[in-house]
Design a protein around this ligand. Sequence first.
Ligand code: ASP
Length: 264
Amino acid sequence: SVLRGGGTSTEAVVATIAYLEDCPLFNAGKGAVFSWEGRNELDASIMEGATLKAGAVAGVTTIRNPIRAARAVMENSPHVLLTGKGAGEYAREQGLTLVKNRYFFTRERYDQLKTLKKNSRKREQADNHGTVGCVALDQYGNLCAGTSTGGMTGKRYGRIGDTPVIGAGNYADNKTCAVSCTGHGEFFIRAGIARDVAARMEYGVVTLDQAAAGALAKLTAMGGTGGFIALDAKGNITMPFNTSGMFRGYIKSNGKKETAIFKP
Ligand code: ASP
């Protein structure tokens, strides 16, 4: 409805992700997974395809909607990535809503940490599902990508994943595509997955589908698990993953829409 009303892809991405951050079912904002110390530490980023401007926050603990903070960094600061306390201070200066860390608490996520600590599940098998992402193309021809997450259950020592790393978990360029990733962040950082999809299109004559398949094959060959949603400047959509499922959906301007979890 943001796009139909003439809004920009940036506005649509922020509205969508903020909604998912407020919903306790997803691993972003309220409902985020817990760090080893039993805290919620959130990462988010956004990038605009028209200008290649980007903003991100990492390891934030008091910003209710990290995606709004990422947008504020992109639009109102000379920086790209702010972390921890400083990012919280910046969000306060920008007039964003701050909350106590316990606002993000959900019993289900806390139990997942307890299970992990009992060692009854390996860290790689821990339940981190529900990182949220959105890519959008508006009627002005501009792409935007955004991603937001609580990271991985039991993360330690200020660990930061791929989500706030531009080019790893998030990327957008009007010349090629917008990409938002989910999965085992360390692999996405090492493979530079989001930028890799765009680069394959930029440097070669390949379709979005081919670029996405190439990047996913690279991730798989490295032993990484996950997937991503991607949209090109012509409105083509692809949502590949190498796990058993990935919650995903799209809606086109003609009203055609679909949601899915498992492979077709
Ligand atoms: N990519 C996120 C991270 O590693 C987690 C996820 O998408 O499940 O922090």
